[in-house]
Design a binder for this molecule. Structure first.
Ligand code: LLP
Length: 423
C-alpha cells in the first residue's frame, strides 16, 4: 500500500518503507527526529516537468529554499537542473553540491551589494530583479567589477493564486516584483544601463497553488508584457514562470506538472512565443512529498479537553503547522497496533502552545512507538531552527535499497561553536 501523494513511501509487512528501506531500522540507526527522503520520488517529480517541456528549450531551476541540504541539491545537479537561489549562502551551497553557476538564477527583494558581487564573480545565469532601485545598484556593482549583469525583471501580475496569504506573492499588496504598470519603464531603464544585459522576464505568483486558472491568468498578463516590452525593441530571450505548484497534503488535487505545462505552453504557442527559452523555479512540488520526518512518541497525556501525544519532533523541526496552521499527515511507522485509536493533538517538547504538529488525530500509539510526519520534504529542514537549543535533526537520502546519511544530527557543541563568553 502506498500513501496518497507519496508513491515511493509504502507499507511492507505492515512497516513503513521509503523505497526499499524500512523506516524503523533507520530510526534505530540514526535516532529521531529523522528526516528520510526518497531520491526516486524527487526524480519522478522532476520527470513530470521534463515531460512537460519535452522538445522545448527549457531549464528547470530547483527553488532550493524548499530544501537546501547538499545531498538533495546533488540529486538535482546530477539530473541537470539549474537552481533558483535567494542568498549568497544558497549560491555557495549550489557550488558545494556540484551545481553550475551559469545555471543559477538569483531571486529575492533584498539582494545586498556583496551578494550581487559574489554572484557576478561566480558567473550566474540571471538576476531576477525585483525593484527599480535594485536595478540601479546592480548596474553600479557590475560596472565596478567590469562586468555586465544578465537581468530579468520579476513582474507582479496582480493575480490571486488562491493560497495562504503568507505564501501568496503575485498580488499588488505583496512586496514582490515590479508592478505591472511600471514594468515597461523599468525595462527601458534596464536596457539603457551599461552594466546590465536584459535577457528575460519572470514572475512567481505564490506557493502551494492547486488550481490551473491563476497560472493561465498570470501567463496571459506576462505575455501581454512581453508584447509591450518587445514593441520597444527590447528582446526577451527567456520567459521564467516561477514555481508554486502545490502538492497533496490532505487530499489536495493540484494539476500534474506535465498537464499544467501542456495548457500553459498551448497558450504560449498560440501567442507566438513558443520558440523562447522557458525557465521555471519549482521547489515544493519537487521535494515535498519525497520526504517524511520520523519521530518517537515520548508520553501520552490524557486531559479533560484534549489528549496530547507528545513526540520528540517539534516546531523547530517542522515549523509549518505553527506558522501557517498547515496540515501534515501523521501515521504510525509500525503496523497499526491492537490498542484502540484515541484522538490526540500531536505536540512537541518546545515551550510554546503553538508547538503542535497535528490536531485531533486518531492514533493508536504507545510511548516508544514511532510516527512519521508526511509531506516533510519541503520547507521543513530548510526552515528548521535551534529554538530551545534543540539540535537540528539528521537526514537520510534513500536510493533504492541504500540509505545515505546526508546530514548528521547537530549537537549542542555544534550550536555553541560560534559563541564566546565575555572576558
Ligand atoms: N520562486 C520564487 C521567486 C519564490 O519566491 C518561491 C517560493 C519559489 C520559486 C518556489 O515556490 P514553490 O514551488 O516551492 O511553491 N515556507 C512556505 C513557502 C514559501 C514559498 C516562498 N517562495 C511554506 O512552507 O509553505
Amino acid at each position: 500500500m502506498t500513501h496518497p501523494g507519496h508513491p515511493h513511501i509504502h507499507r511492507q509487512g505492515g512497516e513503513l518503507h521509503v523505497e526499499q528501506v524500512g523506516v524503523e531500522r533507520l530510526a534505530r540507526e540514526h535516532g529521531t527526529p529523522l528526516f528520510v527522503y526518497s531520491k526516486a520520488a524527487m526524480l519522478s517529480a522532476l520527470a513530470a516537468y521534463q515531460r512537460g517541456f519535452a522538445g522545448r528549450k527549457a531549464r528547470i531551476c530547483y527553488a532550493m529554499k524548499a530544501n537546501s541540504s547538499l545531498g538533495v541539491l546533488q540529486v538535482f545537479a546530477q539530473a541537470g537542473c539549474g537552481f533558483d537561489i535567494v542568498s549568497g549562502g544558497e549560491l555557495e551551497r549550489v557550488l558545494a553540491a556540484g551545481g553550475q553557476a551559469s545555471h543559477v538564477i538569483f531571486s529575492g527583494v533584498g539582494k545586498t551589494r556583496a551578494e550581487m558581487a559574489q554572484a557576478l564573480r561566480a558567473g550566474i545565469g540571471c538576476f531576477n530583479v525585483e525593484s527599480e532601485s535594485e536595478l540601479e545598484v546592480l548596474d553600479a556593482v557590475a560596472r565596478g567589477l567590469g562586468l555586465r549583469a544578465p537581468v530579468s525583471i520579476r513582474v507582479n501580475p496582480n493575480v490571486d493564486a488562491k493560497t495562504h496569504p503568507y505564501i501568496s506573492t503575485g498580488l499588488k499588496g505583496n512586496k514582490f516584483g515590479v508592478a505591472h504598470e511600471r514594468t515597461l519603464a523599468t525595462y527601458r531603464r534596464a536596457a539603457s544601463l551599461p552594466g546590465l544585459e536584459v535577457v528575460g522576464i519572470d514572475c512567481h505568483i505564490g506557493s502551494q497553488i492547486t488550481e490551473v486558472d491563476p497560472y493561465l491568468d498570470a501567463m496571459d498578463r506576462v505575455l501581454d508584457l512581453v508584447d509591450a516590452v518587445e514593441a520597444q525593441g527590447i528582446r526577451l530571450r527567456h520567459i521564467d514562470f516561477g514555481g508554486g505548484l502545490g502538492i497533496d497534503y490532505r487530499g489536495d488535487t493540484p494539476p500534474a506538472a506535465d498537464a499544467l505545462w501542456e495548457q500553459l505552453l498551448a497558450k504560449v504557442d498560440a501567442r507566438g512565443y513558443g520558440d523562447r527559452e522557458f525557465m521555471i523555479e519549482p521547489g515544493r512540488s519537487l521535494v515535498g512529498n519525497a520526504g517524511l520526518c520520523v519521530t518517537e512518541v515520548l508520553y501520552l497525556k490524557p486531559g479533560e479537553q484534549k489528549n496530547f501525544c507528545i513526540v520528540d519532533a517539534a516546531m523547530n523541526d517542522l515549523p509549518r503547522p505553527a506558522m501557517y496552521e498547515a496540515y501534515h499527515g501523521i501515521v504510525p511507522v509500525g503496523p497499526d497496533g491492537a490498542s484502540p485509536a484515541t484522538t490526540y493533538d500531536v505536540v512537541g517538547p518546545v515551550c510554546e502552545s503553538g508547538d503542535w504538529l497535528g490536531r485531533d488525530r486518531e492514533l493508536a500509539v504507545q510511548p516508544g512507538q514511532l510516527l512519521a510526519v508526511l509531506s516533510a520534504g519541503a520547507y521543513c529542514m530548510s526552515m528548521a531552527s535551534n529554538y530551545n537549543t534543540r539540535g537540528r535533526a539528521a537526514e537520510v537520502l534513500v536510493d533504492g535499497s541504500r540509505a545515505h546519511l546526508i546530514r548528521a544530527r547537530e549537537s549542542a557543541q555544534d550550536q555553541m561553536r560560534m559563541e564566546r563568553l565575555v572576558g
